[in-house]
Design a protein around this ligand. Structure first.
Ligand code: ARG
Length: 345
């Protein structure tokens, strides 16, 4: 098993697998457009700041971090997080630094924090990156090990070397919709923002206030519009900045900090996830290796099938449906899953 995870990926094989995928995931294919980023309304009534309500179920890996002692997810939510493995979530270090695992929980399957039940999962371990600097917000990244596996689609990380400048990205959260009079929505919201280069971002912050001297490190990235109006805000921290790469959404940034929200002339700052692939890999098993034993075996295949069976009726936009190991590629490992699915009674 160990030898074969990433082997065969000849073109014809991929085409065959793709054909099977269309057979098993027609809804996912049709729904691909619904997660599209162009349908945002602007104007004073739209929120995250300047965004729109997410489509229910569109971001199945989106989690809320809540106070364990709060029975209300709405009252208890204080940050976002992303499920990157059935038993691991990624968030901002500043969200969980100094917290005890037993005092927080990860809530999944939520759109409306007030009315949806979703499910709450305990946290077994909080891993704040050892280089996190709470003064400069450098290396603002942390991992949460859940106390059990959950069955939701996971988000894969953007691990490319591109700076992503100029790319449109989407940030998502339950954070404030109003930069001044903090107002927290019940529903999950999203907004599209272009990534700007670190050079542009540093120049903008340096010009904004004299206490800034190139605050944007290589471990950070920025996104937003020069004219302001669209941004993440308080309560969105730990949430995602996703980009569409190779036909799937990938996690490029984690909501980290800003000056106010959506102000003109400056940008929202995110942790640059591609810098932390090694940190993540140190703790989080490869996507298909659900039981973390170091290889993708039969037990994992069964687990994957269980997840797919769970997800399919619930998801409106399984854009990476069939890419079971979330490596961005349809390989033999995915094919085994598809074949098993197709031969189920
Ligand atoms: N630090 C904030 C939080 O804890 C998020 C700030 C993001 N701000 C921004 N303007 N993009 O929720």
């Amino acid at each position: 098993m160990k030898c074969c995870k990433r082997v065969i990926s000849s073109k014809s094989q991929n085409i065959l697998i793709l054909f099977m995928l269309i057979l098993i995931c027609p809804a996912a294919w049709a729904a691909e457009d619904s997660a599209d980023i162009s349908t945002e309304s602007a104007g004073p009534t739209s929120r995250i700041v300047g965004g729109k309500e997410a489509e229910k179920g569109a971001w199945p890996w989106m989690a809320a971090i809540v106070d364990a002692d709060s029975t209300s997810n709405y009252d208890g939510q204080f940050c976002g997080a992303e499920l990157i493995h059935p038993q691991w979530a990624i968030t901002a270090a500043h969200c969980v630094d100094g917290e005890l695992p037993q005092n927080i929980a990860v809530a999944l399957g939520l759109h409306n924090l007030e009315t949806d039940t979703g499910e709450r999962v305990g946290v077994k371990r909080i891993i704040v990156h050892p280089d996190y600097n709470d003064r400069t917000d450098d290396v603002d990244i942390a991992l949460l090990e859940l106390d059990r596996s959950v069955e939701y689609e996971t988000l894969s990380l953007y691990t490319g070397t591109d700076s992503l400048s100029g790319k449109t990205a989407v940030t998502i959260g339950w954070g404030s919709t109003d930069p001044v009079f903090k107002s927290y929505p019940e529903e999950l919201r999203q907004v599209s923002v272009p990534v700007v280069s670190n050079t542009t971002c540093n120049a903008a912050f340096n010009a904004y206030a004299s206490y800034y001297d190139d605050p944007i490190t290589d471990n950070m990235m920025c996104a937003g519009f020069e004219e302001g109006g669209k941004d993440a805000c308080q309560g969105d921290s730990g949430g995602p900045l996703i980009v569409a790469e190779d036909g799937q959404w990938q996690l490029a940034g984690v909501v980290s900090w800003g000056e106010g929200c959506a102000e003109p002339g400056i940008y929202g700052v995110y942790t640059r996830v591609s810098r932390f692939a090694d940190f993540v890999a140190q703790y989080v098993p490869p996507a298909g290796d659900l039981n973390g034993n170091g290889y993708v075996g039969l037990e994992d295949v069964i687990g994957i099938l269980r997840i797919v069976a769970e997800i399919r009726p619930r998801t409106t936009s399984a854009t990476n449906c069939g890419d079971f190991d979330s490596d961005g590629d349809l390989t033999l490992a995915d094919g085994i899953g598809i074949l098993k699915l197709l031969t189920m009674p």
